[in-house]
Write a protein that binds this ligand. Structure first.
Ligand code: PLP
Length: 410
């Protein structure tokens, strides 16, 4: 490689661990596990019946669907499989839980959520506020991303229909104490919904003990099942109106013939997660810590966003002052490393992440933030390579892109 090509003399002397890419963007989506593909294939090829049909073809599909429902319920510690509604993903589960509750309690017009939710919840809540006549309160977080429980307590009231607060943040990995939050919610008689899309498969969840949680969302593609399938747990006795009305599938709570093969895949992914979670978490956490420590030690003006301990084992969100996350991503991608930046490059303007903004992370750091999210498929060799590449990328960007301090305000 020639000098001055923008480039990849940057990697001089480094040996990548293998020819394929290094995937560290597992909070965006995960690789479908080979065991999961194997489990779902017969439901595409052979057991193609409609699970509602009263013949052997329907029964075969119905058995797969029933078993999958049991596997999801089992991973969550739900009391009954009938508490699981299959959906088309995390966003639908969040919408069904929140809007389905509002329809069940039409006299209550107040909603509480947090300022750091995933867009699936935040976008819905903003729409409820702007266009549907609801009053919505957004509870803030502290500098390390922890929820302000006093603020929550002050905001939940008797006419609050639902409180929706995530279990684990997708950008920083910071965990919220769902049981403690639920106790505050229940004191006002409101419904408590938890977006646990990032937590399921990574954290032990036992809904028998987490008895203040009324509803919980999960998504297949965040735990090594395919995209486009998810589930909403609804505790027995909790009222919910459907969003999709029609046939009586999912006990009348979500009409439409189930995506049997994908539901089977989600069940298989849940079984896999339950079987291996603890040892995998220990290994993944060690890799994450190794990456985090080495990177922060090697790069000046860098920091971690979010509290150290109460955090998903696979996630690290790091800020590198004076450069932009997009630039880092671009160079990492050219080095075969996939990560994610904290700023949403949607409208062409580089808006810093709403999560880092809510945490009060300074502009200069929020702009240069990168999220690495690992999975069971990452290896030590990959992490060691990444930990060598990142400091070089940051140093190069700091040389070629002098930070424009006049823009350094929100
Ligand atoms: C990915 C994600 C969602 C959305 O799930 P989809 O299946 O992509 O619709 C919702 N909440 C959180 C926290 C997520 O990480």
């Amino acid at each position: 490689m020639t000098h001055g090509d923008g480039g990849f003399d940057l990697l001089a002397g480094l040996v990548p661990p293998h020819a394929g890419g290094i995937y560290l963007d597992n909070n965006a989506t995960t690789r479908v596990a080979p065991e999961v593909i194997e489990a779902m294939m017969p439901y595409l090829a052979e057991h193609y019946g409609n699970p509602s049909s009263m013949h052997q073809f329907g029964a075969a599909a119905g058995r797969g669907l029933g078993e999958a429902r049991e596997q999801v319920a089992e991973l969550l510690g739900a009391r009954a499989a009938s508490e699981i509604i299959f959906t088309a993903g995390g966003s639908e589960s969040d919408n069904l839980g929140i809007v389905g509750t509002l329809r069940a309690y039409p006299e209550k017009k107040h909603v509480v959520t947090s300022a750091v939710e995933h867009p699936a919840v935040l976008g819905l809540c903003r729409d409820l506020q702007k266009r549907q006549g609801y009053e919505v309160d957004f509870v803030g977080v502290d500098g390390e991303g922890r929820l302000d429980l006093d603020e929550l307590r002050a905001k939940v009231r008797p006419d609050t229909a639902i409180v929706s607060i995530m279990m684990a943040n997708n950008e920083t990995g910071v965990l919220f104490d769902s049981q403690a939050i639920g106790e505050i919610v229940k004191a006002q008689g409101s419904v408590f919904h938890v977006d646990a899309v990032q937590a399921v498969g990574k954290l032990p969840i036992d809904l028998t003990r987490l008895d203040t949680v009324d509803m919980l969302s999960l998504s297949g593609h965040k735990l090594h099942a395919p995209k486009g399938v998810g589930a909403l747990y609804v505790r027995k006795g909790v009222r919910l109106r459907p969003l999709i009305v029609g046939g009586h599938q999912e006990r009348g709570r979500r009409a439409g013939t189930e995506n049997v093969a994908s539901c089977v895949a989600l069940g298989a992914a849940c079984r896999l997660a339950a079987a291996n979670r603890e040892e995998e978490n220990t290994r993944v956490r060690a890799l994450r810590d190794r990456l985090e420590q080495r990177t922060l030690a090697a790069v000046s003006d860098s920091r971690r966003n979010g509290v150290a301990d109460q955090r998903l084992p696979n996630t690290t969100n790091l800020s590198f002052d004076f450069i932009e996350g997009e630039g880092i991503l671009l160079l990492l991608d050219r080095a075969g490393i996939a990560a994610s930046s904290g700023s949403a490059c949607t409208s062409g303007s580089l808006e810093p992440s709403h999560v880092l903004k809510a945490m009060g992370v300074p502009f200069i750091a929020a702009h240069g933030s990168i999220r690495f999210s690992l999975s069971r498929y990452n290896t030590e060799a990959e992490i060691d390579y990444v930990a060598q590449v990142v400091p070089r990328v940051v140093e190069r960007l700091r040389q070629i892109t002098p930070f424009n301090r006049s823009r350094a305000t929100f």
